[in-house]
Design a protein around this ligand. Structure first.
Ligand SMILES: CC(C)=CC(=O)SCCNC(=O)CCNC(=O)[C@H](O)C(C)(C)COP(=O)(O)OP(=O)(O)OC[C@H]1O[C@@H](n2cnc3c(N)ncnc32)[C@H](O)[C@@H]1OP(=O)(O)O
Length: 258
């Protein structure tokens, strides 16, 4: 499918999706979110791809939902059309690791999209925020929940109640992002993480993702139970035998994803 608002390219076994609506700072309109969802599904289904990087431009990862598109929507329209749910949560359905590579603004829905990804790597130019309060609304794509779990109640409350932005250094200190890198290195570093993941056993990668996500979606007891079930099931894979044999034999493992 030809895209108008995103660009896709593959680098080795990493699928790169670039939001490409520069005139609106990658504001997340319906068309962009539909295209993003399609590209994510395509890479998820592609056996040649092991990890996905979602990025924006130097100036903006995404400045949020498209305010101009959304401003005249009525309650029945947003409710009946399941605004947000319908298009925004595709990234949560993706089984392969999804890395958000954020430079510039990641605001509102942009910050929420980044937080729906499995990890966020940030350029030193990144700015995160949930400024919806300035528009007379609140976060609607999970920001009040995911930001609070990532950075804690007090800081999340301050950001969401005042609309204050957080720079990259603060985002790293607050555990919102895994790492901050110079802007010029952002894509290369994100792809490097994807390539490292691609070199590992796909079943263990998928189960590691499922186990970490269980920490967000269940109680500690349920999460530990999920981890245990996944951990034990990996002993049914050839890759577990190969990984441990390779360690004992002091050689590199040759994983076959089974
Ligand atoms: C997910 C849900 C449910 C909700 C949301 O996400 S609500 C949106 C939350 N985001 C915001 O409130 C951020 C809005 N944008 C800004 O505050 C500023 O644009 C900025 C601080 C990110 C950057 O300011 P700057 O002065 O550098 O650039 P602008 O001239 O303001 O923007 C350039 C160009 O982009 C258009 N733009 C920016 N953000 C959006 C947006 N979220 N929706 C639609 N359009 C956006 C902006 O209007 C301008 O275009 P025009 O010159 O053609 O008006």
């Amino acid at each position: 499918m030809p895209y108008e608002m995103i660009l896709t390219e593959t680098q080795g076994r990493v699928g790169l999706i670039r939001l490409n609506r520069p005139q609106a700072l990658n504001a997340l309109c319906d068309q962009l979110m539909t295209e993003l969802g399609q590209a994510l599904r395509d890479y998820d289904a592609d056996p040649a791809i092991a990890a996905i990087v979602v990025t924006g431009s130097e100036k903006a990862f995404a400045a949020g939902a498209d305010i101009k598109e959304m401003k005249d929507r009525t309650f029945p329209a947003v409710y009946l059309n399941d605004f947000i749910g319908e298009r925004w949560e595709t990234v949560l359905e993706i089984r392969k690791p999804v890395i958000a590579a954020v430079a510039g603004f990641a605001l509102g829905g942009g910050c929420e999209l980044a937080m729906m990804c499995d990890l966020i790597i940030a350029a030193d130019t990144a700015k995160f925020g949930q400024p919806e309060i300035n528009l007379g609304i609140i976060p609607g794509a999970g920001g009040s929940q995911r930001l609070t779990r990532a950075i804690g109640k007090s800081k999340a409350m301050e950001m969401i109640l005042t609309g204050r932005m957080m720079d990259a250094a603060e985002a790293e200190r607050s555990n919102l992002v895994c790492r901050v890198v110079p802007a010029a290195d952002l894509i290369a570093e994100a792809v490097k993480i994807g390539e490292k993941i691609a070199s590992l056993s796909a079943p263990s990668v998928a189960m590691a993702k499922e186990a970490v996500n269980a920490a967000f979606e269940s109680t500690l007891t349920e999460g530990v139970r999920t981890e245990r079930r996944l951990f034990l099931s990996l002993f049914a894979t050839e890759d577990q035998k190969e990984g441990m044999a390779a360690f004992a034999e002091k050689r590199k493992p040759a994983f076959r994803n089974r």
